[in-house]
Design a protein around this ligand. Structure first.
Ligand code: SF4
Length: 332
């Protein structure tokens, strides 16, 4: 491994999809993202902002139209790189839908013993049984004998997601891409699943790329981590989560934070006034000219319809906004 390099680096990534009707959808526009060993990075945005595309490219499932993706300093799409074997072990995934990500005709034992045996982490099924008992116990799926021979459909969503998390960690990866891992889980299990992943990061130093539309879980999951806010395939603000959430600079992040329901029951009764001109997201196939956020932005000026704002350093973070000096509400 190159000591100077990040664990995973996406540089100047553009991703285009050609649709059946001939339209071109730009899911990522000049995206730059890096994750260091053991780091917690959260990518947030509304559906259609391109965050899951970033996750799939990080997993090596999608090849970007242009730009470079490197793991430990090696370009994963360069000829000669040991792909996908290296990616398969070093970068793992936890999907949103634990039901379809687990094989429905395999028991939990069969699902978890397969990688242990294939990668020779255990010698035989007897050793696999001992190891899987330990793993189920470590994620509170107890009594273990109740769960180990069950099929996925016999478990709750939260229990299945715990199995998915064990499967993602079994090969001791360096990075886990968790794509909306708690959005399909009961509210009562959400925090415990997030706590489980936080514990894995702390105990094993595994980095996480957490993809979500939910800023509340982003803040809970990685209070000391970094946030990357995406809108229509562009990164509009990035920095430390605690700074960006306590003092959002970009008008889009300000609007997202205003939309979070208040935890104080008295304040929750008050109507929420979201600072947006429009609630409609423009079509990704026909993005607005200039700043893609301009049709919804309360602070748009002439330049916003003409020139694309660059992502620039600004007061301890990076933000893409022509009028950043004049946006109210940013705690300086
Ligand atoms: Fe709003 Fe203009 Fe800033 Fe875009 S560049 S966020 S339209 S003020």
């Amino acid at each position: 491994m190159n000591k100077q390099s990040s664990l995973l680096k996406l540089e100047n990534i553009n991703m285009y999809f050609k649709l059946k009707n001939g339209d071109e959808l730009q899911a990522s526009h000049n995206v730059n993202l890096k994750i260091d060993n053991g780091e917690m990075v959260v990518v947030v945005g509304e559906s259609g902002c391109g965050k899951s595309t970033v996750g799939k490219m990080s997993l090596g499932v999608l090849k970007p139209s242009c730009g470079t993706i490197s793991l430990d300093g090696q370009d994963i799409w360069q000829k000669g790189f040991k792909w996908p074997a290296k990616l398969r072990t070093e970068v793992q995934v936890v999907h949103q839908d634990s039901f379809s990500s687990l094989n429905p005709v395999k028991t939990i034992f069969q699902t978890l013993s397969a990688p242990l045996l294939r990668h020779k982490l255990v010698k035989n099924k007897k050793e696999a049984l001992v190891k899987i008992n330990e793993l189920l116990y470590s994620v509170d799926l107890t009594p273990v004998e109740y769960f180990i021979h069950k099929y996925p459909f016999q478990l709750s969503g939260g229990q299945r997601q715990r199995v998915s998390i064990i499967r993602a960690t079994i090969l001791k990866p360096k990075l886990i891409v968790a794509d909306e891992p708690v959005s399909a889980v009961d509210a009562s299990s959400r925090l415990s699943i997030l706590d489980l992943m936080k514990g894995i990061n702390k105990k094993h130093g595994i980095a996480f790329l957490y993809i979500t539309h939910d800023l509340a879980t982003a803040r809970y999951f990685a209070p000391e981590g970094r946030i990357v806010v995406m809108y229509l395939g562009r990164v509009v603000e990035t920095g430390k989560i605690k700074d960006c959430i306590s003092g959002p600079a970009h008008p889009y992040l300000q609007a997202l934070l205003t939309a979070i329901p208040h935890s104080d029951p008295q304040k929750a009764k008050e109507p929420i006034k979201i600072p947006l001109k429009s609630f409609d997201m423009p079509k990704a196939t026909h993005p607005p000219s200039g700043c893609v956020f301009n049709p919804r932005c309360l602070y748009a000026t002439d330049i916003c319809t003409k020139e694309v704002p660059l992502l620039e350093k600004y007061r301890g973070r990076q933000i893409a906004c022509h009028n950043k000096e004049d946006i109210p509400g940013f705690k300086k």
